[in-house]
Design a protein around this ligand. Structure first.
Ligand code: HEC
Ligand code: HEC
Length: 155
C-alpha cells in the first residue's frame, strides 16, 4: 500500500484501540454507555448486557431499591434510559436463553460450565469474595472484556 493508505490504516487502528467497544456473547461489538458504567459499575463490574436475557434485565431494573440486599435506585430518566439500552443489547445467544435463578449471571448453566476450572474454595477467598466480583479474575471486567487471555485467579 502507498504511504497515505498505510497512514490512514494506522490511524484507524489507533482509533479502534481506544474504542470502549467490546464483544457480547456472540461477537457483536458493543459500547457501554457512560451512565451504565457509572451507575451499574459502581458496586461491581458493569456486567455485559449480552450475558442475561431481557426478561432478567427488566426484572432487575424494576427492583433496584431492593437489589441483592442493597439500594441501587436511580432517578427516573436514568432508569428509563438504561432499561431501554438493556432491552436493545440484552443477550439473544445461547448464554441468555433462559433467565437464571435470581437473575444472576453467575447462576447460569454456561457460567458454571465455563468456570469449572476454578477451584471451589477459590470463590470465597478474601481476594475474590464472590463469583459476582468478576474483576477479581478478569482484568478487563471494568471495560466489559472477558477473553481467556486476561484471566488470572488471585491467591
Ligand atoms: C449500591 C451498590 C450496587 C449498585 C449501584 C448496583 N448493584 Fe448490582 N449488585 C449489587 C450487589 C451487592 C450484588 C450481589 C453481589 C454478590 O452476590 O456478590 C449485585 C448483583 C448484581 C447482579 C447479579 C450478579 C451475579 O451474581 O451474577 C446483576 C445482574 C446486577 N447486580 C446488575 C446491576 C445493574 C444493572 C445495576 C445498575 C442499574 C446495578 N447492578 C447496580 C450492588 C449494586
Ligand atoms: C475466581 C475467578 C473468576 C471470577 C470471579 C469470574 N471468572 Fe470468568 N473465568 C474465570 C476463568 C479461570 C475462566 C476460564 C478461562 C479459560 O477458559 O481459560 C473464565 C471464563 C469466563 C468467560 C469465558 C471467556 C472465553 O473467552 O471463553 C466469561 C464470558 C466469563 N468468565 C465471564 C465472567 C463474568 C461475567 C464474571 C462475573 C459475573 C466472572 N467471569 C467471574 C475466572 C473467573
Amino acid at each position: 500500500m502507498n504511504t497515505t493508505t498505510s497512514v490512514l490504516a494506522a490511524l484507524a487502528l489507533a482509533a479502534l484501540a481506544h474504542l470502549p467497544a467490546r464483544a457480547d456473547d456472540h461477537g457483536r461489538a458493543i459500547v457501554l454507555p457512560p451512565a451504565y458504567v457509572q451507575e451499574c459499575g459502581a458496586c461491581h463490574a458493569p456486567y455485559p448486557p449480552g450475558l442475561l436475557p431481557n426478561e432478567s434485565w427488566q426484572r432487575l431494573m424494576a427492583n433496584l431499591p431492593t437489589h441483592f440486599g442493597t439500594d441501587a435506585s436511580l432517578d427516573a430518566p436514568t432508569q428509563k434510559a438504561l432499561s431501554t439500552w438493556l432491552t436493545a443489547t440484552a443477550g439473544s445467544g445461547k448464554r441468555a436463553r433462559v433467565a437464571p435463578p435470581e437473575d444472576r449471571i453467575t447462576r447460569g448453566d454456561w457460567f458454571i460450565r465455563e468456570h469449572r476450572e476454578v477451584p471451589k474454595a477459590a470463590w470465597t477467598r478474601a481476594s475474590i469474595k464472590s463469583a459476582a466480583n468478576c474483576g477479581a479474575c478478569h482484568d478487563g471486567a471494568a471495560q466489559g472484556m472477558y477473553d481467556e487471555d486476561s484471566v488470572h485467579i488471585p491467591r
